[in-house]
Design a protein around this ligand. Structure first.
Ligand code: HEM
Length: 416
């Protein structure tokens, strides 16, 4: 059987922290292979990249997410008891609940709430001389998604939840103080979310029947039992936190408008297809979720290599989105490529790949794209603003990535 190349160093954890998003693709290029073996945090792992690797990884039922990401990161991203930690029928059943919440009409409603919330803050933006886009977009997202979910927030509560969600997302890819802060603040969000669920269940909080918080509060598992209050709270947070995390894609879209004059011309005055193509190219081009991990639930072979039950595999999401075999001029920002895209679920995987119902692919892609389209339209077509000199560099070893300056804009005014 052909051997998968192995790194020379015994453990690659420091190299991963140093090279960040490029860690897997650097080694795949060096070994001329789509896979290599190494150790991370002293554990043996096989790292893989590319469309064919994604097809192998997203074979339904092949990998569990349990034991596949370090516990502190899991706590900030998904948490114990969440849909991500389930497998088989239990997973499909819980996932179906998520998918029932993310219908085209519900996604449009969330998009409208986001656009209205932004519109209502514009007078304050105009009054300020200087706006840090990353910071200003956060309470807008937090308020919109909380209202959509059926747990509206105002005033101090909105500020508190915004700070907590920001810390969770920011802490997820790091080790040390950023992660500790996220974990600490997460406990408070959990207390609040548990209260929301309990209040809905005992009738002291009245929310529309079809609102996501009500659906989660009512949801029953395969044996007919309601979720525990803490598991239901985890799933409510599982809607709020990742929707909030679209803040990064919005800032990257703003950065693309600044850095890519050709792409700005493409989207300015364009219609829905152009906005969508622009959003997709932002998700492909800019670094966000670096990898996804799985532990094999069964033995299987791939490219002549035998994987055994329990083996740990990391699939490079960012590297696959930049694989030159799938992406012509992979390092150029070209939104027009998505006007004629073949919908391949294994080569474009910023939020996971394969079939969303039968594996762990993110159910939130329609929400992500809708919010991004609204934001791109606002930034490209509805507002005028200046972009002063600033450090727009994006460190590829900071995960999750963000432009150094967080994108400062000045002199914001509605376009006439
Ligand atoms: C900010 C943009 C987002 C990114 C980069 C992102 C990324 C991801 C990734 C990489 C996964 C794991 C896929 C896997 O394990 O194979 C995932 C799973 C998940 N995401 Fe997202 N996501 C985003 C937005 C959203 C939104 C808006 C929602 C919901 C409203 C959401 C809810 C979830 C849930 C519930 C899972 C677990 C799915 C499962 O295990 O079956 N995400 N996401």
């Amino acid at each position: 059987m052909p051997q998968i190349p192995r790194t020379r160093s015994f453990d690659s954890t420091l190299a991963l922290l140093r090279e960040g998003y490029d860690f897997i693709s650097n080694r795949c290029a060096r070994y001329g292979s789509d896979a290599f073996d190494t150790r991370l945090m002293l554990r043996r792992v096989t790292c893989v990249l590319g469309e064919d690797a994604a097809r192998m990884f997203y074979e339904p039922g092949r990998f569990t997410r349990r034991g596949a990401i370090p516990q502190p990161t899991l706590r900030l991203l998904q948490d114990v008891g969440s849909v991500a930690t389930l497998d088989g029928e239990e997973h499909r059943h819980r996932k179906a609940m998520f998918l029932s919440l993310i219908t085209p009409a519900s996604v449009r409603r969330l998009g409208d709430m986001f656009a209205d919330e932004w519109q209502s803050r514009l007078p304050a933006w105009e009054a300020k001389r200087r706006i840090v886009l990353f910071r200003e977009i956060q309470p807008i997202l937090c308020s919109a998604v909380a209202r959509w979910a059926g747990a509206p927030l105002r005033g101090k509560a909105l500020k508190t939840r915004t700070r907590e969600l920001a810390a969770m997302v920011d802490g997820a890819g790091s080790v040390g103080p950023r992660q500790w802060r996220g974990a600490w603040l997460r406990r408070r969000t959990e207390r609040w979310a548990r209260r929301v669920i309990t209040d809905i269940r005992n009738g002291s909080r009245v929310v529309p029947e079809e609102s996501p918080a009500a659906v989660i509060a009512r949801h029953r598992d395969l044996s007919g039992h309601p979720l525990s209050a803490s598991d239901a709270a985890v799933e409510l947070i599982n809607l709020l936190r990742p929707t909030f995390a679209v803040d990064r894609f919005i800032v990257f879209a703003g950065l693309a408008l600044v850095e890519q004059p050709h792409a700005r011309a493409f989207v300015t005055g364009g219609g829905d297809p152009e906005l969508e193509a622009f959003a997709q190219e932002v998700r492909r081009y800019y670094p966000f979720f670096p990898v996804v991990g799985g532990r094999a639930l069964e033995s299987f072979g791939w490219r002549g290599h035998g994987f055994r039950k329990g083996d740990w595999v990391l699939l490079d999401l960012y590297g696959t989105n930049h694989d030159e075999r799938s992406w012509n001029k992979r390092d150029s920002f070209r939104p027009e490529r998505f006007l004629e895209w073949d919908d391949n679920p294994h080569s474009f995987i910023p939020q996971g790949g394969g079939d969303v119902r039968s594996n762990h692919r993110c159910p939130g892609e329609p929400i992500t794209v809708e919010i991004m389209k609204r934001a791109i339209d606002m930034l490209a077509n509805r507002l005028d603003y200046d972009v002063p000199p600033q450090d727009l560099s994006v460190s590829r070893s900071r995960m999750p990535a963000i432009p150094q300056s967080r994108l400062v804009i000045t002199n914001v005014r509605p376009r006439n």
